[in-house]
Design a protein around this ligand. Structure first.
Ligand code: FMN
Length: 339
């Protein structure tokens, strides 16, 4: 499988919806990822979980990430993901959140390499598409578990490794130690992707040069800020105007309502208002005002009033972007109707 470019949009729970991934592709990401999907949720046929398998034709190449701790269940979930049209199945060995680690999934698997290898082996054997792994450095600060486990995961069938070189304990504090990424690159003969603290093209170039990684992954810098991706990919220059920001936000809102229905989207979108309108683009008061509206049309009207040129930019964007077309699967109908 070939990825066009060296920039990957990170999987982020509660963020990496289709609207986010589509936008990421438009701004130059060579590969986009779903947020982590529970393998238990998939195997129980949980409707909300199955909704994560909505994949649009304009998203490819797309990795769908799964988490879990039972090799057989993970293989079954991976097959569902492959059938849904994912180009890659990524396995999460990095999530530090207690709700996930207490089930033996996520970053805890870095301390249980035998089980981690059995999971990768089971998933790789079940799939035609490649299986990849995303991991942290280990559980505790200073841990080097990723360097011990990484080569074994490759032997078990991982076609690529992404390393976010913070410990699970660190969560998002401190800095990502990409010296560890450089060591991992030396140890394995598959592409390694460096994740953590890439916010500019200069960061990306430095980390690629210093680590020898095949690509960089960008997460938080892209929240409400596709222009950061564009700058890193070399397709956008300079800061967006207020009209550009509002137009992208309005498009993102429309896409999200289409994806999850207005009811769910209303609450989901609130964090994005601060992300888009922050970074000195609009006064804090304005963000606070938007969050207080109960309906999306009210937010849209207020946004258009605050950036008069946005309507024209939005119309242009819509004319340029081909209509989103979702691959239809044998899934409950409400998933396609914002369920
Ligand atoms: C809100 C949020 C949710 C995340 N969810 C996931 C996830 O579902 N799966 C995963 O592998 N990493 C997840 N991550 C980690 C990111 O993919 C990435 O490795 C990390 O944020 C470091 O990169 P950054 O400095 O570019 O943000 C998440 C990070 C954030 C901030």
């Amino acid at each position: 499988m070939e990825v066009p470019g060296r920039l990957v949009l990170a999987p982020m729970a509660g963020v990496s919806v289709q609207a986010f991934r589509r936008q990421g592709r438009r701004f130059g990401a060579g590969l986009v990822c779903s947020e982590m999907v529970s393998c238990a949720g998939l195997s129980y046929g949980n409707e909300r979980t199955l909704g994560y398998l909505r994949i649009g034709r304009d998203e490819h190449p797309l990795a769908v990430q799964i988490f879990g701790s039972e090799p057989a269940l993970m293989a079954e979930a991976a097959r569902m993901v492959e059938d849904a049209g994912a180009d890659l199945v990524d396995i999460n060995f990095g999530c530090p959140v207690r709700k996930v680690t207490k089930t033996g999934a996520g970053a805890t698997l870095l301390e249980d390499p035998d089980r981690a290898c059995r999971i990768v082996d089971a998933v790789a054997s079940a799939l035609r598409v490649p299986v990849t792994v995303k991991m942290r450095r280990g559980l505790d600060d200073g841990s080097r578990s990723a360097l011990e486990v990484g080569p074994r995961l490759v032997e078990a069938g991982a076609a690529s490794l992404t390393l976010h070189p913070r410990s699970a304990r660190q969560m998002y504090t401190g800095t990502a130690d990409h010296e560890l990424t450089a060591e991992l690159v030396q140890l394995v003969d598959v592409p390694v992707v460096a994740s953590g603290d890439v916010v500019s093209r200069a960061d990306a170039e430095r980390i690629l040069a210093e680590t020898g990684a095949a690509g960089v992954m960008v997460g938080r810098a892209a929240q409400g800020n596709p222009w950061a991706l564009g700058e890193i990919a070399g397709v956008v220059e300079g800061e967006p105007s207020r009209a550009d920001v509002v137009a992208e936000l309005l498009l993102f809102m429309e896409d999200t309502v289409e994806e999850m229905g207005e009811g769910r989207a209303t609450g989901f979108l609130k964090k994005f208002y601060a992300w888009y309108l922050g970074r000195g683009r609009f006064p804090k008061r304005f963000k606070q005002e938007l969050v207080r509206f109960d309906t999306i049309p009210e937010v849209e009207d207020r946004l258009l009033a605050a950036a008069p040129g946005a309507g024209r930019v939005l119309a242009r964007l819509k004319a340029e972007i081909p209509p989103a077309e979702n691959v239809r699967l044998d899934l409950p109908v409400s998933i396609y109707a914002g369920g």
